[in-house]
Every structure is written in structure tokens, then in C-alpha cells.
Design a protein around this ligand. Structure first.
Ligand SMILES: [Zn+2]
Length: 303
């Protein structure tokens, strides 16, 4: 598909967050949406930073924590940010259990619609898959049947080992496309925060696993630094994003980075990254539009 940027827009950055207690940070390795209060507070702090730049954030939520998290979800919507489905239990969309996928998507939609008065239209695939939903027609049909026209689930698994240039140029390589069923894929582009901070070459895996088993799933104090990353990890993350913005800017592209509030809570406890990112976007001579994945979907046309 081609991306039709609106007049006056040099490039678009569809920034979204997967809102969940990521499995890799839990002692039992189970992902869920029962967000700890400190993470809820952090998420609202992210919203507040975005609002200062007149930017709306996009959150994909794992709905099995719905009752414990409904006030946060209401507040996110009340403040004009966007919420969409990330399934009920973080179920991979490439599951062979298509009936379960159908049930989970329907249940999540029902909770969103009945309790929040809100319809989800874009689906984020838990985990990300190198081939997206290619060849899985039954899964595509279930996603469509549940009212989604757009899915964001294809993720390149080679990003960490192929070096920085490969990471930065993802926006040109992993472009949106249409599946044979008509469902539209907006691939996750480049490195997610989880991949960058917890799986890349600089990670001290022993220290990470030690922390996960002893302390995972619990709050960390103000100023905390993750013991499994080098001191400059956050600066490297910020530099990568500036380079990727430059690349999208120079080539007039849509870039789709994916972050997690929990990863940033652990690796950017003082919450400085989003502000630095938005300041950098604003510093460019022509307009960099930081938008939602829904906004990005609306820019797509058959190419
Ligand atoms: Zn997820």
C-alpha cells in the first residue's frame, strides 16, 4: 500500500504502546492486563507529556484486567487518547485455536463497547510474528469478522542482530500491505523497547533473570536503573529514535514504532524519553506528525 501524507506533513510517526504487564517481567512469565497502580500512574504521566505537545497516544490493552483497570481506561479515553484491543489474554493471533481467538476478540470487543462505549478497530498482535498472518486465512477471517479492518502484528525478528542501520531503515522495508482477505497489515517497525532493553547484545541475561524471579511484576523506586543494561542504554534508545525519525523525515515515510509503558517504567523510571522524542520531532523544520495507528491506517491507499 502507499501512504498518502496530508499536505504540510513531511513524515508520520504512528507511536503506540502495548498496555500490559509483559510476560518477560513476571516471575511466572504470564502476561496480563491487571496493571499495578504505579504503572497506571506512569501511563497517565505519559499522557500528560503527550498532551503538552498536543499529541494523542494510542494504547493496545490486554483486556483480562478490565475490572481492575477500568478507571484508567476511562481516563485515557476522557483525555482524548486512543484505545484498541491487544486480545483478552495476550493470545498470539497466529494460534491454531481459531475458535479461541474468535472468543477472545469478541469478549474484548464486548467489554470495550458495553463498559466504555467504545469500538476497537485496529488490533495489535501479541508478540509479533515474522510472517504476520501470511497463509493463515482462517485467522485473518476471524479478525475481520470481529470488526477489525487493520491489524498490526508482523514483526521482524532479525532486528537486533543486523545492526543499527538495519534498525533505522525499517520504515522503508516493512511497509503496510493487504492480505488476500482484504485485512490490512501495519507491521511493527524496528526494535520494540522490550527487544532493545531486554534482549539485545548488551543485556546481562543472568542479572535480568535474577531480577525477574526475585522482583518482577512489582514496583521499582524512583530513580531506579535496571541492573541488566549498561548505563548508556537509555541514551542509545533515544539516539536510535532520533536516527529513525531522521530517516523517515528524509524519505517522507510513515514509521510505526511500538513501545510498552511497563518497559519504559523499568528503563526510563524518570519518564524522560517521550518528552525528548517529541521535542526532537518538533525541532524539525517541516512538520513531523506524531499520530496514532488509526491515523496511519487512514493514510493508506492501494498502491
Ligand atoms: Zn503485548
Amino acid at each position: 500500500m502507499i501512504v498518502k501524507l496530508p499536505p504540510g506533513i513531511r513524515c508520520a510517526v504512528a507511536l503506540s504502546y502495548d498496555l500490559e504487564m509483559c510476560a518477560g517481567y513476571q516471575p511466572d512469565l504470564i502476561n496480563h492486563g491487571r496493571l499495578m497502580p504505579e504503572l497506571q500512574e506512569y501511563t497517565l504521566d505519559l499522557c500528560a507529556v503527550a498532551e503538552q505537545f498536543d499529541v494523542r497516544l494510542h494504547f493496545f490493552y490486554v483486556a483480562n484486567g478490565f475490572d481492575q483497570t477500568i478507571e484508567l481506561l476511562r481516563e485515557i479515553l476522557r483525555r482524548g487518547h486512543t484505545l484498541d484491543s491487544h486480545t483478552y489474554t495476550h493470545l498470539p493471533l497466529i494460534t491454531d485455536d481459531v475458535q479461541r481467538l474468535d472468543d477472545e476478540l469478541a469478549l474484548t470487543n464486548r467489554l470495550f463497547e458495553e463498559r466504555l462505549g467504545y469500538r476497537s478497530t485496529v488490533l495489535r498482535g501479541p508478540g509479533g510474528y515474522p510472517a504476520g498472518l501470511d497463509g493463515r486465512v482462517a485467522n485473518q477471517e476471524v479478525v475481520l469478522k470481529n470488526g477489525f479492518r487493520w491489524v498490526s502484528c508482523k514483526a521482524d525478528k532479525n532486528i537486533v542482530k543486523n545492526g543499527n542501520r538495519y534498525l533505522v531503515e525499517a520504515a522503508r522495508r516493512d511497509v503496510p500491505y493487504v492480505y488476500p482477505t482484504g485485512l490490512v497489515e501495519l507491521p511493527i517497525q524496528g526494535a520494540m523497547d522490550r527487544t532493545f532493553f531486554d534482549m539485545s547484545g548488551f543485556v546481562d541475561t543472568d542479572k535480568y533473570q535474577e531480577w525477574r524471579l526475585a522482583c518482577g511484576g512489582r514496583p521499582v523506586p524512583a530513580g531506579w536503573k535496571a541492573p541488566w543494561t549498561p548505563p548508556d542504554a537509555l541514551d542509545r534508545w533515544t539516539t536510535y529514535h532520533c536516527e529513525a525519525i531522521d530517516f523517515a523525515y528524509d524519505n517522507r515515510l510513515l514509521w510505526v514504532p511500538v513501545w510498552h509503558p511497563l518497559s519504559h517504567y523499568l528503563h526510563d523510571r524518570d519518564n524522560s524519553v517521550l518528552r525528548r522524542f517529541l521535542e526532537y520531532c518538533r525541532s524539525k523544520p517541516e512538520r513531523v506528525w506524531v499520530c496514532t495507528v488509526r491515523d496511519a491506517a487512514a493514510l493508506l491507499a492501494d498502491g
